[in-house]
Design a protein around this ligand. Structure first.
Ligand code: AMP
Ligand code: MG
Length: 325
């Protein structure tokens, strides 16, 4: 008995002495064409390295599935589907889920968020790379291949019944992927972490001395504000992220399906809400909607937002202000 007590006392003593979690950091540059940063509080470098491997592995897996530019051995991905010439294609569950989400958001936004806009978006992509403007006739021709009704989805397959159509997941893929990676970390017992992938940040738990503090960029440079969050995602869509200047005018990467030109309502929109995929879909949607329609959409989503207008005027929901220091 004495021996058992001694062992127990020793165990309690050892537990009491376990080192306080330390902050660790890793950066990946090979997923979603952007820089991803993973920060976590762990008890050792080994524990962090194991978690980092999981995050990176999940982001790489989803990057390959959602990639519209490249195919990869052993998987059927978004690029394969776009190139299927209208044939029914069996695709991974994550792609089915993302496509269903895209169809849902098309309805929610009256067509302003449209994952079937791929043919128009790829023309703009080429033009940004070449520093030219798209040919009007070509734009109109491609706009004829963006009807979301032409996506037929079953439990495990997708058919693009217009073979001239292509899907683009840029508006929603990163938020979905970062949310999935966060779930895996939680399943593996990690509590205090943040993942930042391009403009998409997801946070869990708290730093030992407070919440996570996320700086939000001013479209003209520097920070416009800082928000404190815990167990929430913070996502920004902005005209300063991917753009080309032609004759002094900025042509950026978020296209208004009505005009087929870059959306001009806002310079940036930031969304805060618990669900990372939702935050990503919302930020791009709000960027393409006016304030009134955006507010209506927000009411259904339990999310907060900040809009920066063309002349730098800032509008925030009251709940957004609550997150600012
Ligand atoms: P985000 O940075 O999340 O706002 O997403 C921007 C990306 O979404 C762009 O780079 C395009 O790939 C894609 N995109 C642009 N405009 C639209 C739109 N109106 N509907 C759906 N996706 C879009
Ligand atoms: Mg988005």
């Amino acid at each position: 008995m004495k021996k058992l007590l001694a062992v127990l006392a020793c165990a309690v003593f050892l537990a009491g002495c376990s080192p306080a979690p330390k902050r660790y950091n890793a950066v990946y540059t090979d997923v979603f064409d952007t820089v991803t940063e993973f920060t976590a509080y762990c008890s050792s470098q080994e524990e962090f390295d194991g978690m980092s491997e999981r995050v990176h592995g999940e982001l790489l897996r989803l990057h390959e599935i959602f990639d519209i530019y490249n195919e990869y051995p052993g998987i059927v991905n978004a690029c394969s589907l776009n190139g299927a010439g209208g044939a029914e294609t069996e695709v991974p569950d994550d792609l089915i889920e993302l496509i269903n989400m895209g169809i849902d958001w098309h309805k929610k936004t009256g067509g302003q968020l449209n994952i079937a806009l791929g043919s128009v978006l790829s023309l703009w992509h080429e033009c940004r790379e070449n520093g030219t403007l798209p040919d009007e006739n070509e734009l109109l021709k491609r706009a004829g291949h963006c009807d979301i009704e032409k996506i037929a989805v079953t439990e495990n397959s997708v058919t693009l019944t217009d073979p001239g159509m292509s899907l683009d997941f840029g508006a929603i893929a990163k938020g979905y992927a970062v949310g999935r990676a966060a779930e895996i970390l939680k399943e593996n017992g990690l509590e205090d972490f943040a993942i930042s992938c391009g403009g998409n940040v997801v946070t869990s738990g708290k730093k030992p001395y407070g919440k996570w503090e996320i700086g939000i960029e001013n479209p003209d440079g520097g920070l416009i504000t800082t928000v404190s969050v815990s167990d929430e995602a913070v996502v920004t869509s902005g005209d300063y992220q991917r753009f080309v200047m032609i004759d002094g005018k900025r042509y950026h990467h978020i296209i208004d399906p009505k005009t087929l030109y870059p959306a001009e309502k806002w310079r940036s929109v930031t969304v805060i809400c618990p669900d990372s995929a939702l935050a990503d879909a919302l930020s791009t949607s709000l960027f393409c909607l006016d304030l009134e329609d955006g507010m209506k959409l927000l009411e259904d989503c339990k999310a907060e937002a900040m809009w920066v207008s063309q002349d730098g005027e800032v509008t925030k929901t009251p709940g957004f202000e609550d997150h600012e220091k």
